[in-house]
Ligand binder design. Structure first.
Ligand code: GAL
Length: 426
């Protein structure tokens, strides 16, 4: 982002933000010493990481009572409707979790629920610390609306290393669909459900499809699909649907009763071998003290080597935030190196800042940071970045139907229709 010459009024705005975030919050009015943070971070790894953000904030800004407003349910499937009701009712939390792209700009900025935080990027030198491409995904008409705390990778295939070894399966640096299905067959013969899924929230199956789709269409196809150049009934898309259908033959029988983190737990226990999941799964392995490359391993989801599906986590500033000073301080805090170095090792994401101390991160993070720097970076549809909310919902619904009927044509047609409809509401 380029620095523009500041007008006098924006200079004043900058000066007042400085004053707000630098004054000890304890000197503010008693009623202001609260901060409500809204998120869906309730799994073991998520809660531990969120707590690290709170601890950093309390150190930096002592004396503020944090109201931890969480609504359980991975991917925010239950939290986002609750949030919408609060926002529409004029009862916003001070700050809430959001993905960049369509989710932030379409669901929160467009209806006027957010206040810009552009000046923070200037005052704290964040223009240089955060990748410009990511900041652009949170910027509209030159105004930036969120601060990123971490960047998850969506397209990771995790595995129980000991279980695979026991079954004579070795996974190299890359995996293609043939290799993956060969491993699945071997496990199936041994009576082991190869692919662990916990789709009590359907987004996890939608994500399995998203990863598989990328594995077939590649990064160019991904951009073409979301820009409307490639159609959702393209033979390549249908091929991915075919793979996704085949994967259903290798699932754990209790998949629809499990949450995403319970399915990762099943992998740790050796009940299933693989799980295709964003690297918030890494947060669960860390929380359970599992050793990378010993207890568990990872590889890009089949066919997706060289592509990195971004699932970035940011926080907003509510318009009319009840505790605006505390909220600005929160954003300043989560954007700091200290917070990003404390949070991300526990969460599984890599820091959004590129100037952190890399030695504080483990083997998984080293791999992820390295591939972030060398891969095609693509927005996730399942996590609200690549397409409007209506399309994201239509994909979830189409996946729900497909798991039952396995009808590739209806699946493709539903997405063609959804793309048309969301085009007309853009
Ligand atoms: C994503 C979010 C991650 C993680 C995951 C599972 O949408 O970006 O931080 O929380 O959901 O809940």
């Amino acid at each position: 982002m380029h620095l523009k010459l500041r007008s006098f009024s924006s200079f004043l705005a900058l000066a007042s933000i400085f004053a707000l975030v630098q004054a000890p919050l304890s000197s503010q009015a008693a009623g202001d010493k609260k901060l409500e943070v809204f998120s869906w971070w309730t799994s073991g790894g998520e809660a531990a990481a969120l707590d690290a953000l709170f601890s950093t904030y309390k150190k930096q800004y002592p004396g503020v009572e944090i109201i931890n407003a969480t609504v359980a349910g991975g991917g925010g499937s239950a939290a986002r409707p609750v949030l919408q009701t609060r926002l529409a009712g004029g009862n916003p939390p001070d700050t809430w979790q959001s993905h960049p792209g369509w989710e932030l700009l379409g669901q929160y900025v467009e209806p006027g629920y957010c206040e810009e935080v552009t000046e923070l990027y200037k005052s704290d030198g964040w223009d240089k610390a955060f990748p410009k491409g990511l900041v652009n995904l949170m910027t509209k008409d030159g105004k930036t609306y969120a601060v990123l705390v971490g960047v998850h990778r969506g397209n990771v295939l995790w595995y129980n290393k000991k279980l695979l070894q026991k079954n004579g399966i070795t996974i190299g640096d890359k995996l293609d669909f043939d290799g993956f299905f060969a491993a699945c067959d071997k496990l199936k013969k041994a009576g082991i459900p190869a692919l662990g899924v916990g789709d009590s929230g359907i987004w996890t199956s939608a994500q399995l499809f998203e990863n598989t789709l990328l594995g077939v269409v590649g990064p160019q196809g991904w951009s073409d699909l979301f820009s409307g150049k490639m159609k959702w009934d393209d033979p390549q898309v249908k091929k991915a649907m075919g793979y996704f259908a085949k994967m259903q033959d290798y699932l754990n029988s209790d998949h629809s009763a499990l949450s995403w983190d319970q399915a990762v737990g099943a992998l740790m226990e050796g009940k299933v071998a693989f799980n295709s999941m964003g690297d918030w799964a890494q947060g669960e392995f860390v929380k359970a003290n599992k050793k990378p490359n010993e207890d568990y391993g990872w590889v890009c989801h089949p066919g997706t080597d060289g592509s990195f599906i971004i699932v970035a986590d940011g926080f907003t500033l509510a318009k009319g935030a009840p505790h605006k000073e505390a909220a600005l301080a929160w954003l300043k805090s989560i954007g700091s190196k200290d917070a990003q170095e404390a949070f991300n090792p526990l969460k599984g994401s890599i820091p959004a800042r590129t100037d952190v101390d890399k030695s504080k991160f483990d083997a998984y993070h080293q791999w992820s940071m390295n591939s972030f720097a060398n891969s095609s970076l693509l927005p996730s549809c399942v996590h609200g970045e690549a397409a409007p909310a209506a399309f994201q919902q239509a994909l979830n619904d189409a996946v729900t139907a497909f798991i039952v009927d396995k009808n590739v044509d209806s699946f493709a047609n539903a997405l063609v229709q959804a793309a048309k409809e969301s085009e007309s509401t853009k």
